[in-house]
Write a protein that binds this ligand. Structure first.
Ligand code: PLP
Length: 346
């Protein structure tokens, strides 16, 4: 087989060996099963096709500098999926079952774990969705839980820590004030796809959503959380309609290690003018520094009313945070918090 150049990979689906799945029918889980078929057979009246009872997660496994494979904070992903499923009123796997199926998925796809030097990783995508047939608007009582994976490179396809531009989303909202934005539901992403396409077509890497009630404060990017550095302070929005990012949570811990103050609070759009460094953060994007944010009355229009610039290079503090997080994930730095789960080959 030709050697794969993982360093050229972007954040995409690349074929692997197997997926692992289990179903919960009438409250009882089936034994998880590995399969080399990536196709599922579902009833066309299954809830997932109609009312979107579906939630998912994203986690990464890394080949470390020491040749050991580390899965980053899978228990946090499990807990977040449980919260999402509770919001949808449907059954969910336990934390133990979730983590165990992630581990089995990694083991079954061992040769697809990108090598350490490539900078790529094995991205795990656990998905939970309603499968029992129905017609009325109702939560799903039966669900399927599938864990799949792909060996991925950086989200933007660019080199790590290369900067990208963003635009404020003034005429499209991602999440309602009392809605589902704080859960990782497929439906939240469906809501952002059209706006994302317009932003991408206009050349922006990221789209920054605002609070849907007043459009005066910052929520998050379409694919990731927002954080800024101002002097010696790490600032990130606190809002129930923002997804509680595991990367952001980890960065807040690391920021304190570096003596930074951490503020998790409402962040006004006007404050963008006062920040030294602005970034998006998440499992897929890790940290992506933002070079400029444009403010436009509409995404479709060409008028730019103001721009906030942060430089073409990643800021010094953001780079330190990035190195510490990646260092823990790849075994270059001590995992003081016990965040990594070591996975052995089968
Ligand atoms: C909308 C959104 N916000 C934030 C995040 C970051 O969350 P995490 O750090 O847990 O990956 C993601 C996913 O990566 C996301 O899709």
């Amino acid at each position: 087989m030709a050697k794969i150049d993982y360093s050229q990979r972007s954040f995409s689906y690349y074929p692997t060996n197997a997926i692992i799945s289990a179903k919960c029918i009438d409250g009882v889980w089936t034994e998880p099963e590995l399969s080399d078929s990536f196709e599922l057979s579902l009833h066309c009246f299954a809830g997932v096709f109609h009312y979107a009872p579906s939630c998912f997660e994203g986690a990464k496994a890394f080949m470390g500098v020491d040749g050991k494979v580390r899965l980053f904070r899978p228990d946090e992903n499990a807990k977040r999926m449980i919260n999402s499923a509770k919001y949808l009123d449907m059954p969910y796997p336990s934390v133990e079952m979730f983590v165990d199926m992630c581990v089995k998925c990694i083991q079954a796809n061992w040769e697809h774990i990108p090598p350490y030097e490539s900078g790529a990783s094995l991205y795990l995508r656990p998905v939970l969705f309603g499968i029992n047939p129905g017609l009325g608007i109702k939560s799903s009582k039966d669900v399927m839980f599938v864990v799949m994976c792909s060996g991925v490179g950086t989200y933007s396809g660019a080199k790590s820590l290369s900067t990208g531009t963003a635009v404020l989303s003034r005429n499209y909202d991602r999440a309602a004030t009392h809605g589902s934005g704080g859960y990782k539901l497929g439906a939240n992403y469906a809501q952002s796809l059209h706006a994302y396409n317009i932003a991408h077509d206009a050349g922006y890497r990221e789209l920054l959503f605002l609070d849907s009630a007043t459009h005066t404060h910052i929520e998050e990017f379409g694919s990731s959380n927002f954080f800024a550095i101002k002097g010696d302070t790490y600032i990130t929005p606190d809002s129930s309609s923002v997804l509680p990012s595991i990367t952001n949570k980890s960065l807040r811990t690391v920021a304190k290690e570096f003596g930074l103050k951490v503020e998790r609070r409402m962040v006004m759009v006007d404050e963008l003018a006062t920040f030294d460094e602005v970034n998006s953060c998440g499992t897929a994007v890790v940290i992506t520094p933002i070079s400029r944010i444009d403010d436009k009355p509409t995404l479709e229009g060409s008028e730019i009313t103001r721009s906030f610039s942060y430089g073409e290079e990643c800021g010094e503090i953001s780079r330190k945070l990035y190195n510490r997080i990646i260092g823990i994930q790849k075994g270059l730095e001590e995992d003081t918090y016990g965040w990594c789960l070591f996975v052995e080959p089968k």
